[in-house]
Design a protein. Sequence first.
Lengths: 357, 265
Amino acid sequence: MVEGAVTSGLDARCVVRRGEFRLDAAVRIEGGETVAVLGPNGSGKTTLVEALAGLIPLDAGRILLDGRVLDDPAAGVFVPPEGRRVGVVFQDYLLFPHLSVFENVAFGPRSQGRSRTEVRHRTRFWLERLDVADLGGRRPRDLSGGQRQRVALARALASGPALLLLDEPFAAVDASSRVQLRRALRDHLDGFEGPRLLITHDPTDAFLLADRIFVLQDGSVVQSGTADDIRLRPRTRYVADLVGTNFWLGEASDGMVSVGGHHLSVADRGMAGPVFVTVHPRAVAVYRRRPEGSPRNTWETVIVRIEHHGDRVRLQTGAPLPLTAEVTPGAVSALGLGAGSKVWVSVKATEIGVESA
Amino acid sequence: MRGSRRALRPPWPLAVAAVVGLALFVLPLAGLLLRVPWRDLVGLLTSEVTVDALRLSAVTSTAATVIAAVLGVPVAWVLARVEFPGRSLVRGLVLLPLVLPPVVGGAALLFAFGRRGPFGEPLYRLTGLVLPFSVAGVVLAVTFVSMPFLIVTVEGALRSLDPRFEGAAASLGAGRWTVFRRVTLPMVGPSLLSGMVLTWARALGEFGATVTFAGNLAGRTQTLPLAVFVQLEADRDAALALSLVMVVISLIVLVALRDRWWKAP
């Protein structure tokens, strides 16, 4: 890229050394695009957030946001956090405990020296936008996890950021409200036009909220692409373990889920309407001949690809419902499996995860 | 806590020592309270010497507390947040007045800020200000002795404050001064307040540095503790009344800080 060329979005290569640990990650995000950085604890996710927000300086690389250089150690440029216009929803939200919800959201506009009326106007707008207008007088400690998350998002957006960073936005939320919050967050993110970076260790967050996914491991991006790219073609064993779960959108009714016209029998009979369906590759059994037994979901298909990952083999099957199965190398040779082999697969109804969408 | 019955009965050597130890605190206070001339109390407390000492102590302790807050918070901030060579040396220097005999502190002040001292002389030439044996001298002496309490308290609070709150404020567009003013300071507010109460209490009780640096001029530099000392010779009842005042103030300070010190385990 030409030096100083004006482009929209984020274009960053972040190199940060911390003792033994070294983060070296390149990320590009267009305006209106959500990119998830997926990785386990200690992979460097939070370091990446801190570097982009300007809370720690880069050791090498460069951060370019809408054509502005925010950090470039080689050129001696470092824009401090208050000059970056990078909004952050922090892991545990970090709402100021001594300020009311209203004052928390007003903090950004006020710090930017806007007029009193403008601050009030802007704050009200974002409180309403995130459905927390009625909480304005409360203290953060009196809010539920979900309310805190929305206030934190309102606070970040009210400061008028050019880039939005969300660091594990569901970490402080109990599992039961996660589904609903995820949907709400997706709607709220749609209202932000700049690039959005979502940090998470949960593949489901990444699949549902992000357009593209970067998998971070030990400070490096080991794979990037769309959810399907990564899910169906994990490049390493680690990525396969992390994101290699079969994942579909379906429609549930009467203990059945329809996924692209294919019907699966599921254990939860109470589900109805749109659902996310997950099946772990280890839960898929593969046979040469039609099996007889308890599994309610059995169908004939063909193997389209075989990948060896050490002591496990991942099989990709074709129509009617493409999925990934994980078996041992021994099973592959005993059954004589290869690309093009006709097989029967089966999945127990109890092994199918169904979550309302 | 409700423990087992055994835990309630201490071994007798401990029990005896504990009783003696407590007596060490209780007996002097009891002796004081037994001798207080309750009937003449009002008259004693409104005498000129007493009122002067009370007023001077209130003014100088409060002034010292304000100065300690204005100057001590920045010192605490630097010690807690800025990494520089010799930081532990500087911290030691700041804490020195806590362990230094106050008389020595007063002597040091006298050598430095006396009219012929290396700092006192230019100060006198430039402003005509003479610190020793003046009210300003009292304030300087008690500030010297009491400010470490504020610095220690605030520095501890700054260290335990999650610095990510300040990062969050900066990411919202707040400059460093705004972050300090609107996030850091309010978040350490409770500690600052209790540091100020401690500082004020220590300033009020200051004796050695004050008498050495500012002297003991009735109506001018004679603070409450100095008045108590002098009145023990001149007018025992007045000394008792003044002592009672200081006991009451100390109790009020203890109650004010109860959340900090008395938190039941």
